[in-house]
Design a protein around this ligand. Structure first.
Ligand code: AMP
Ligand code: MG
Length: 481
């Protein structure tokens, strides 16, 4: 299931980012770590008793099955149990070749490493389940990409690194014993999540319980992505976790003008992973997990197919339910009423038709309500449209709906739900370009803002401004491989 591999020695490692807050969550002594950690965080030294491994996995990449992927530039150093008893993987990314590297060099470079760091922290601060960066180290190793670049290593913390592709690897080899062990391990590690119809059926086989749980987790995760405008960019089944955390920040980006067709990744030529395709793709990925688990679901293959199909079919309604609940919260609505779905759909359609910035629109909608819950100010949100009166019809429906449910703290609740700061593409690129030149100050400033995205930060208002249209026209993201 894995290969024991030692990290490749890193030349002159320097710690350029360290996540004190996450270290605190994990119960690590950051002060002690900061002093001597670079040797461990670069893989040059191992903690006593550590036996690093590279994990095997397979995956559907852009729809085609690749039976042999695996950790080609990552290693699992070990696990840590936090003071609340939660178990996390600690891994390195960019730590050198492994038996799964295929043609790759096993390395990572500074910009993609810092990008993953920023994006993961931004998502975490938005309340979205994600793997997170504990540290970023730069080395004096030269890594060849489009041009020679300094090497870098990310320390990644994850609830686990189990992926849909981990199950596919063994299922494709008909190693049912390994699949069964993985199922037991995943259930023990991640528990069972209640699906849309309440509890997971306790009489179901472990495989079916796992499938039901992962379906519910993925549906809720993608609903959260859609609510903030996150575009993952490479939703291959090897980048789809069992834990329900976002993983693998490669060519990801945030939509700025609301556009369901938005694609940023340079390699996603067909737009398979376009913003608006994500809910469907995650459902497709769940069908691939179901296939991998099929022989474990029931000995009777017809029955296995029927049960697996029923579990996969809960994905859509679970997603719709979770997404509507996100949208209600963003609208500042507490109760559930008929017509809420249409109200939310029409709002988003209006933003799409007029290419309005998603994050600004939600944020400024909050000010339609005043602090005391009486009449607020709709001029700001109206001002986002080329002709402010475009929004009037919808706004009057919205105000009527809110009046059915007067809520004094509505504005404050909306401001705590609709972020002021997201990782806007131009600001991210600017910060990373500076870091590549050796200036980490813009990265640190952006990181600080993204770590507290709901709070106005007067000196940093520029980081809330949308990317310039000219920038977005040509902006492309890369896997960093
Ligand atoms: P990704 O698209 O980043 O999810 O990676 C897909 C597969 O390619 C995984 O098996 C990675 O481990 C592998 N991979 C990506 N970049 C490299 C690299 N620089 N060296 C070795 N393997 C890599
Ligand atoms: Mg990956």
């Amino acid at each position: 299931m894995f290969a024991e591999v030692l990290p490749t020695a890193a030349q002159q490692p320097r710690l350029v980012a360290f996540n004190d807050e996450l270290a605190g969550v994990l119960g690590l002594d950051s002060a002690a770590l900061r002093g001597s950690a670079v040797e461990y965080l670069s893989g040059n030294q191992l903690l006593p008793g550590a036996h690093p491994i590279a994990q095997a996995y397979a995956g559907h990449q852009f729809g085609s099955f690749n039976p042999g992927l695996g950790d080609g530039r990552a290693l699992l150093l070990g696990e840590i149990v936090d003071p609340h008893g939660r178990r996390f993987d600690i891994g390195l990314k960019g730590s050198g070749r492994t038996p799964f590297s295929r043609g790759g060099d096993g390395r990572a470079t500074i910009a993609p490493v810092l990008r993953e760091y920023l994006m993961g922290e931004a998502m975490h601060a938005l309340g979205i389940p994600t793997t997170r960066a504990l540290a970023a180290v730069v080395t004096s190793d030269v890594v060849m990409r489009r041009r020679p670049e300094p090497g870098a290593i990310l320390t990644r913390i994850a609830s686990s690194h189990l992926r849909v592709g981990t199950f596919q690897y063994f299922a494709a080899r008909q190693q049912s014993e390994q699949v069964a062990r993985l199922i037991g391990y995943a259930l023990a590690r991640h528990g069972v999540v209640a699906g849309i119809d309440g509890d997971v059926d306790p009489s179901a086989t472990p495989a079916l319980q796992l499938l039901q749980s992962v379906v519910a987790r993925q549906a809720r995760l993608v609903a959260q992505w859609m609510a903030v405008g996150f575009v993952h960019g490479v939703m291959n089944t090897d980048n789809c976790t069992i834990s329900g955390e976002t993983i693998d920040y490669g060519p990801c980006a945030f939509v700025e003008p609301y556009d369901l067709n938005a694609v940023f990744s340079s390699i996603d030529e067909s737009g398979r992973y376009a913003f608006g395709n994500q809910p469907g793709v995650a459902g497709w990925n769940m069908a691939r997990l179901a296939e991998a688990l099929l022989p474990q679901i029931s000995d009777d293959s017809d029955r296995a197919v029927a049960l697996a199909t029923a579990a996969v079919e809960t994905y859509r309604p679970e997603f719709e339910r979770a997404y509507l609940s996100e949208l209600r919260r963003k609208l500042g609505l507490v109760s559930q009423r008929d017509g809420d779905q249409a109200l939310a759909d029409d709002w988003l359609a209006m933003l799409g038709d007029h290419r309005v910035d998603l994050t600004q629109a939600w944020r400024l909608l909050s000010f339609v309500h005043s602090a005391d819950g009486l009449d607020g100010d709709d001029t700001q949100v109206r001002g986002l449209f080329s002709e402010p009166s475009i929004a009037d019809g919808w706004l009057s429906r919205y105000v009527q709906r809110c009046a059915m449910e007067p809520t004094p703290g509505r504005r404050a609740a909306m401001l705590a739900t609709n972020p002021l700061f997201i990782a806007r593409n131009e600001h991210v690129e600017t910060a990373l370009d500076a870091a590549v030149q050796g200036d980490y100050a813009p990265f640190e400033r952006l990181l600080a803002v993204l770590s507290d995205p709901f709070t106005e930060q007067p000196g940093d208002a520029d980081l809330a401004t949308p990317s310039q249209p000219r920038f977005l026209q040509t902006f492309r993201t890369f896997c960093g491989t």
